[in-house]
Ligand binder design. Structure first.
Ligand SMILES: [Zn+2]
Length: 248
């Protein structure tokens, strides 16, 4: 049987702490709650780590968060040799916030890169230190220097980043909203979560279930670390924090 976990991070990515009650413990010791602020691995963004705080103040360390039988079932995987909470027990859920915030900044940077390089995306991964996107991009005129410059212009413009739910019909009527070639937009209750950057999505709009910062300036200083050719028409771009190293 699949459980439905209320995903609090969808409406508020900044919820570093929340409360949840234990609904089930699966056969591998994974903890399933009625609701959670822990993001589950999906769409190229790694799931959250952190700890649960019990009523007596003791902690249960969480090593990973993943989805179960369905995308709506969220499973918190404890590190080894942790206490097992009771069914119905209320816990305070603490996300490892410095890590998650870096992932939010990186994830938002990936959206900006898809604007700076408006080509079909064939793969993507968000990481704490580095993210990557693969594009179908035969044109060699996109360099780490000029793409970095374009990215930082969008960061400095401090555009708002908001989410909006639209219906399948609205998405079908606007197929240009989906930029990824192989990634299916996240669905739920016949609704799709759209992430808009800029007023009414003036900078970018695409379906996404991940967590983002609320204004592009929060992404901070980033640069393109390396562009690798992955075949005739495919290029892999790596995004890193900090400014472009001089003389590279
Ligand atoms: Zn996203």
């Amino acid at each position: 049987m699949a459980y439905e976990t209320k995903a609090l991070f969808r409406d508020d990515a900044y919820l570093s702490t929340a409360e949840g009650a234990v609904v089930a413990i699966n056969d591998r010791g994974g903890i399933i709650l009625d609701q959670t602020n822990f993001y589950a691995t999906s769409g190229g963004q790694p799931g959250d780590t952190g700890h649960f705080e019990r009523a007596d103040g003791s902690r249960i360390q969480i090593a990973a968060t993943v989805t179960g039988e369905t995308k709506n079932e969220i499973i918190h995987v404890p590190t080894e040799e942790q206490a097992v909470p009771e069914i119905g027990e209320k816990l305070v859920l603490h996300v490892d916030w410095p890590r998650r915030y870096r992932l939010m900044r990186m994830h938002t940077a990936c959206h900006l890169l898809s604007v700076a390089c408006p080509f079909p995306i064939t793969g993507a991964a968000v990481g704490e230190e580095e993210s990557r996107i693969d594009f179908d991009l035969p044109d060699p005129s996109y360099t780490k220097e000029n793409v970095t410059e374009r990215l930082m212009e969008m960061v400095r413009a401090n555009a708002p980043v908001i989410t909006r739910w639209i219906t399948n019909e609205e998405l079908s009527a606007n197929p240009g909203l989906v930029k990824s070639k192989n990634v299916r937009p996240p669905m739920g209750n016949g609704q799709i979560r759209l992430v808009l950057i800029g007023e009414d999505g003036a900078v970018d709009s695409q379906p996404c279930g991940g967590t983002h910062v609320s204004e592009t300036q929060e992404v901070g200083e980033i640069h393109i670390g390396k562009i690798e050719k992955k075949g005739k028409e495919n290029r892999r771009f790596r995004i890193r924090f900090g400014s472009l190293p001089a003389g590279e």
